[in-house]
Design a protein around this ligand. Structure first.
Ligand code: FES
Length: 205
């Protein structure tokens, strides 16, 4: 199998034993919604941290977990994605807040990838548009037929179907969009390379 074929194959999303939610429209992809394993529903309602197992997540794939009643997007980006986020000037010029100065994220995620340096390919962020709260759709890359309509320089990200806001693969919103800010990032940390605790800083563990 060619490298391209392998990469395209990897970009398909996890299905397996999870429940698939989300709209499957032109250019959009289905993203598995992973029910929180722990803690209990009562604790969840109270805002307890939730744990996500990303051991089966592959490059280009995203899963959604729920925390405090909100969808949390966990995306495993490729090396190419990271290169674009860090140094593709054409993409950076599109952004309203490239350094996330006006946006909400922990200090350890205030960088160009908006993630932990050690796990920079994995981003964890609220899947809630900062305009009026819709769930932006994941539009992975230029191979996606929908991506072309987002501009020739578009290198993947998120599209909000409600009023058209566009974000990059670090949840950074483009200029002149209805959404005023980047997607928020909640406190989280890696309990191990494959387990993330969402809703709590590592320093408080
Ligand atoms: S809610 Fe996303 S653009 Fe309006």
């Amino acid at each position: 199998m060619s490298t391209d074929a392998v990469n395209n194959s990897k970009r398909r999303f996890l299905v397996a034993s999870t429940t698939v939610v989300g709209t499957i429209g032109a250019g959009f992809v289905a993203v598995p919604f992973i029910k929180s394993w722990e803690p209990s529903a009562k604790a969840l309602a109270a805002g307890a941290p939730v744990q996500a197992d990303i051991s089966k997540l592959e490059e280009g794939q995203m899963i959604v977990v729920e925390w405090r009643g909100k969808p949390v997007y966990i995306l495993y980006r490729t090396d190419e994605n990271i290169k674009v986020l860090e140094s593709d000037q054409a993409m950076l010029d599109y952004l309203a807040d490239p350094n996330s100065d006006m946006s909400r994220q922990p200090e350890y995620c205030k960088n160009s990838t908006r993630s932990y340096d050690k796990h920079k390919k994995v981003i964890v962020m609220e899947g809630v548009c900062t305009h009026l709260g819709c769930a932006p759709k994941y539009v992975p890359d230029l191979n996606n037929p929908f991506a072309g309509s987002l501009g020739e320089d578009w290198k993947g990200g998120y599209f909000c179907p409600c009023h058209g806001s566009i974000y990059d693969l670090a949840g950074r919103v483009r200029k002149s969009m209805p959404a005023p800010k980047n997607l928020p990032i909640m406190p989280y940390f890696f309990k191990s390379d494959s387990v993330i605790l969402i809703g709590q800083d590592g320093s408080k563990a």
